[in-house]
Design a protein around this ligand. Structure first.
Ligand code: 5PN
Ligand code: ZN
Ligand code: ZN
Length: 268
């Protein structure tokens, strides 16, 4: 049996003000941060965790986030770098449906889709302050229709091939791939811990804490549905990581990301 391999797919970068990244703390000013997806090449299949942002969507709806994305940083481009095509992915799991985590879903019509059971309903009917976060609905015919943005859909999108299996709570996506329910940032937000043969487990904090400093100071992003639950989720992730001696990987931390292995350099 082959060992599990983990690939970080560099998806480019975006800009936010520091007061959004570090809610009510700052400092303010432009901060450029990475966006990436994670491919888990596992004996049970190839699992894509999140799919990054779509450059055209961001330029149309959030141009003030100043996206920078090369061809190699698009979802098909990043997969090509490691010798794969979208059709080679068996399962897409979305940690939540903010635009910077589901922009590439459209390339995977044939994959099984899994998310928390409350995330599609939330994308269909977000809180007023969540409209920008849940602005890319190209991942779901149901959500695009509910929000009146069917122009975002690719012609091959159907209800059937954009339907999600809904999950809840903590569970194992595949052997050694632990899905950790971490609500607060989003109603159905998840973190992921992956056990590997040759190194400490990897804890993908994802958007429960954008940066190392965020988790250390319990400072969440200004984008959230429930900040109190967000703090509880950060405590939960810290304990989980400590109990398993896991290495922490952050979703939107440029200083950390520059040390991560990307492209063909996988973790195993
Ligand atoms: C990167 C980014 N920018 C804006 C929003 C938002 O409004 O909700 C989530 C989010 C983001 O992750
Ligand atoms: Zn998010
Ligand atoms: Zn994000």
């Amino acid at each position: 049996m082959t060992d599990t391999k983990v690939y970080f797919l560099d998806g480019g970068s975006l800009v936010l003000d520091g007061f959004h990244i570090f809610w009510n703390r700052g400092p303010g000013g432009e901060v450029r941060f990475p966006s990436y997806s994670v491919l888990i090449d596992h004996p049970e299949g190839r699992f894509m965790i999140d799919t990054g942002y779509d450059y055209d969507h961001v330029m149309k709806v959030l141009p003030f986030e100043k996206p920078i994305q090369s061809k190699d940083q698009t979802m098909p481009g990043a997969l090509k770098l490691i010798g794969l095509e979208p059709k080679d992915i068996d399962v897409v799991f979305n940690s939540h449906f903010h635009f910077d985590h589901c922009g590439g879903n459209k390339y995977f019509p044939d994959a099984r889709k899994i998310c928390h059971r409350l995330e599609v309903p939330q994308a269909c009917n977000p809180a007023p302050f969540e409209h920008l976060g849940y602005s890319d609905l190209s991942f779901s015919v149901e959500a695009a229709e509910a929000r009146g943005v069917t122009d975002q859909l690719l012609p091959n999108a159907t209800r059937a091939n954009t339907t999600f299996e809904g999950v809840e709570g903590d569970f194992e996506l595949a052997k050694g791939v632990h899905m950790i329910y971490a609500p607060g940032h989003a109603v159905g937000n998840y973190a992921v811990m992956i056990e590997l043969a040759n190194r400490r487990p990897m804890m993908l904090v994802l958007d429960a804490a954008y940066t190392r400093r965020s988790l250390e100071t319990l400072c969440q992003a200004s984008f959230h549905i429930d900040p109190v639950k967000g703090i509880e989720s950060m405590h939960k992730i810290r304990k989980y990581a400590e109990d398993h001696d896991a290495e922490l990987f952050f979703s939107h931390d440029m200083e950390s990301f520059e040390t991560y292995q990307t492209g063909t350099r996988f973790y195993s």
